[in-house]
Design a protein around this ligand. Structure first.
Ligand code: PDD
Length: 289
């Protein structure tokens, strides 16, 4: 039985009821956040919370977040995920239920706060090393994708295009540059330099991205944050994605062309190993072998 959180209460998922007037349902008027937990411990929760608060403030959704740390901890507990190697907590806050109109509803509307927790798995090492493929797709999203809104239709369509092409990921191309994935950030390695799009309004400022940049810095790996023209991107020695649940994931083919030697590259490997150590999941490391 899955226990979820909805508007101050814990209940089974079957019991959770959301109004058909909810502006999240009608208008995608809301934001969300996904925080990983390793061996039951939330990883970089303050950073995830800060991003959520920034989104709420930008959209002028007046909802405090003071209770959310407890909600995250309790959902992990109630769903027996305290001892899970890898899990995540999803939280979504919408502007609330009100008769449908585009502008903000008049008067005070109580936002809807919904959260659930779930396990995810890290692939075994041999499988991780094989990596996976990606395709490039035009970025048809709006111009503020740094806000983690629940409005994800272009991401859904791009990820479906990847699935239709039989690959794991899609790379958004905007103004001729390879910028990020549908649910993860994008890195390329050129002559040992770890390169990624700068944290502008055009990408989500991924927490995992920040961790990887931090680790690279600590390890003395050169880092460059700049736009990467897609034609240059195709010549990268290594390509990898980062994200919550994606962690650090190698891409070994792009639009059917091999990347590097067709397996996880040396810089990707080093960063993945450092990432695994940083998140500190003994169980995930053991499961991976
Ligand atoms: N996705 N870019 C996009 C478009 C994303 O949706 C995400 C996260 C990321 C990576 O951010 P982080 O490292 O903070 O998870 C980058 C979440 C996990 C999702 O939609 O499920």
């Amino acid at each position: 039985m899955t226990t979820v959180y909805l508007n101050g209460e814990y209940m089974t998922k079957e019991e959770a009821r959301i109004s058909p007037d909810d502006r999240g349902f009608l208008l995608s008027d809301g934001v969300y956040e996904v925080t990983p937990a390793y061996d039951g411990r939330l990883f970089r929760f303050p950073q995830h919370l800060e991003r959520l608060e920034r989104g709420l403030a930008t959209l002028r959704i007046h909802q405090g977040t003071g209770e959310l740390a407890d909600v995250h901890e309790r959902l992990l507990r109630e769903n027996d995920l305290e001892s899970a190697a890898c899990a995540y907590v999803y939280v979504q806050i919408t502007r609330g239920a009100a008769p449908r109109m585009h502008q903000f509803p008049e008067g005070s509307v109580t936002p809807t706060v919904y959260a659930f927790a779930k396990a995810f798995s890290r692939p075994p090492h041999e499988e991780w090393e094989l990596g996976s493929g990606a395709i490039t797709v035009p970025d048809r999203r709006w111009s503020r994708v740094d806000i983690k809104t629940i409005s994800l239709l272009p991401n859904v369509l791009a990820q479906q295009a990847a699935a239709d092409a039989g690959v794991a990921n899609a790379v958004f191309v905007k103004d001729g540059n390879a910028i990020e994935g549908t649910h993860n950030n994008l890195f390329a390695v050129f002559d040992g330099v770890v390169t990624t799009h700068p944290a502008t309004h055009e990408i989500l400022h991924g927490i995992t991205r920040a961790v990887v940049l931090e680790l690279a810095g600590r390890m003395g790996i050169s880092v460059e944050q700049r736009a990467i023209p897609v034609e240059e991107f195709r010549t990268a020695d290594e390509i990898f994605f980062t994200g919550t649940t994606t962690e650090v994931h190698p891409t070994v083919s792009l639009d059917g062309q091999r990347v590097g030697d067709g397996t996880a590259g040396p810089v990707t490997r080093r960063l993945f190993e450092a990432f695994v150590e940083e998140v500190g999941s003994r169980r995930a490391a053991e499961a991976q072998g």
